[in-house]
Ligand binder design. Structure first.
Ligand SMILES: Nc1ncnc2c1ncn2[C@@H]1O[C@H](COP(=O)(O)OP(=O)(O)O)[C@@H](O)[C@H]1O
Ligand SMILES: [Mg+2]
Ligand SMILES: [Zn+2]
Ligand SMILES: [Zn+2]
Length: 457
């Protein structure tokens, strides 16, 4: 692939550090209502590897490679994962180029803002893209006045779908992993959040899952006010109490009443189909389509309404029917490039107009035993599902400042006992994962089961 422009992106001077996960640092650009997402790389520790890096770094081809990798991931994002989750929940994105000097300046300026435990990785040169900032509402016209403040709730829901080979386990992966985190000293207490409850679509189970997230946010729950972190991991619950009184603009109600109403509001947003255009399904294969229908009709594992954000995420998780063990065996001792499957998948999809993406992905996992072993596209259902098990979503709110309007039939206005809210929903953190993810998950599963056995004994 060819990069058309290596013109340096002018970073607006009023950028703000938003946060980071394991793989990317995110800056917000307030005037543009965009975020700049920059890939991280392992910080080199030995002098030799540092020297090697430095030498390869100054050669142009290194930057060319990085730019191509970003383009590969962005193409996958636009052509595969964005339509899989739903284009109304996932924004378009744009690749940008940051020079070596810009990266260096950012590194220095970020040094005192990034959390210590994340600094084992540094910013990577040549890999950046712009996305919509979901912590702010899209700049649209509303026929009524809105609050100045914008509040956003970030949820990393994790795995709500249990593949068949994991059905016999005592708890879901998230719940079991809590014991590992406790043993590692990453957390002080076990969270009672369970993704299976959140994805169940049953209101009372969803509300208790949300309450558990508030009480124990870990890295699964955050609150932002005007793009700034307000509440999250290692914050006092007092902060959440302040937030919720501010959010509902009331001081008279008890905390319990407010939390309940808040969880009901969030649940409602997670269950609403916000799509403005309903797509008719005229897929010519009906492999996943039929299977999904059976699951839905029998309320098997979940009762999520079609088209809501959780259903969109769960349906992508469901592409992994078999579970890790099965894909680990297929992986065998094949030597595969970590991301070789990405470009091939994009090609495969463009060759099959008229078939829905989920059916294509499922079909790729089902091809003949004999050719299966030579073809690494057979790993695709697992690798795509893994993205949906690890992505995040954001709900963004502004309060409607005028009571009794006729416009409340609008799809993205949700009512509560304490007023109405305009809401937007976005899903992000959707870049492709390397093939070695299969191995990583296998090791994690082993550790989880060992720790569980120890705790049970
Ligand atoms: N489009 C977005 N809008 C608003 N905030 C975002 C967006 N993308 C990322 N963020 C923020 O930046 C953090 C890290 O981004 P993420 O894409 O999850 O990185 P990683 O791949 O390292 O997990 C997120 O937890 C979220 O708070
Ligand atoms: Mg993340
Ligand atoms: Zn669970
Ligand atoms: Zn289909």
């Amino acid at each position: 692939m060819f990069i058309s422009s290596t013109e340096e992106f002018k970073i607006p001077p009023n950028w703000v550090y938003r946060g980071e996960g394991n793989c990317n640092v995110v800056l917000s650009l307030p005037n543009e209502r965009k975020i700049l997402r920059i890939r991280k790389t392992k910080r080199t520790t030995s002098l030799l590897s540092w020297l090697l890096n430095w030498i390869t770094d100054i050669l142009y081809w290194y930057c060319g490679n990085a730019l191509n990798e970003e383009l590969r991931d962005l193409t996958f994002y636009k052509k595969i994962i964005r339509p899989l989750i739903g284009i109304n929940f996932v924004c378009d994105a744009e690749q940008v180029f940051l020079s070596r000097k810009q990266i260096k300046v950012l590194e220095d300026e970020l040094a005192h803002q990034r959390p210590g435990y994340r600094k084992n990785k540094s910013l990577q040169y040549g890999r950046a893209a712009l996305f919509d900032d979901y912590a702010l509402l899209p700049d649209e016209f509303y026929p009524f006045p809105l609050s100045n403040n914008t509040y956003a709730i970030e949820i990393k829901p994790k795995q709500g779908w249990i593949p068949f080979s994991e059905k016999h386990l005592p708890k879901c992966t998230f719940c079991l992993n809590q014991y590992v985190k406790k043993e590692n000293g990453q957390i002080n207490s076990i969270s009672s959040y369970c993704p299976v409850d959140l994805f169940s679509g049953e209101p009372s189970r969803m509300v208790s899952a949300l309450k558990a997230l508030i009480d124990s946010p870990q890295n699964n729950f955050k609150v932002f006010k005007n793009g700034e972190l307000y509440y999250g991991e290692n914050c006092e619950i007092e902060l959440f109490k302040n937030f919720i009184a501010e959010f509902f603009r009331t001081e008279r109600e008890t905390y319990e009443t407010l939390v309940r109403e808040f969880c009901v509001l969030v649940k409602q947003c997670l269950l609403t189909n916000f799509a403005t255009i309903e797509k008719t399904n005229n897929c010519n294969m009906k492999l996943f389509c039929e299977w999904n229908k059976i699951i839905q009709e029998n309320s098997f594992q979940t009762k999520l309404p079609k088209g809501c954000v959780l259903e969109r995420i769960l349906s992508v998780q469901m592409l992994d029917v078999e579970g890790n063990q099965y894909y680990y065996k297929l992986l065998a001792k094949k030597k595969l490039g970590e991301y070789d499957y990405v470009k091939e998948l994009v090609k495969e999809v463009s060759r099959r107009p008229g078939t829905c993406l989920k059916c294509i992905v499922m079909m790729l996992g089902n091809i003949d035993e004999k050719i299966m072993r030579e073809n690494h596209l057979v790993l695709v259902p697992y690798l795509i599902s893994a993205i949906a098990k690890d992505c995040s979503l954001m709900l963004t709110f502004k309060k409607v400042m005028e009571v009794n309007s006729d416009n409340y039939g609008m799809k993205n206005v949700i009512s509560t006992k304490f007023g109405d809210y305009v809401v937007n929903v976005g899903v992000f953190d959707l870049y492709p994962k390397p093939v070695s993810t299969i191995l990583k998950h296998r090791k994690k599963m082993k550790k989880i089961l060992e720790t569980w056995a120890k705790n049970e004994a």
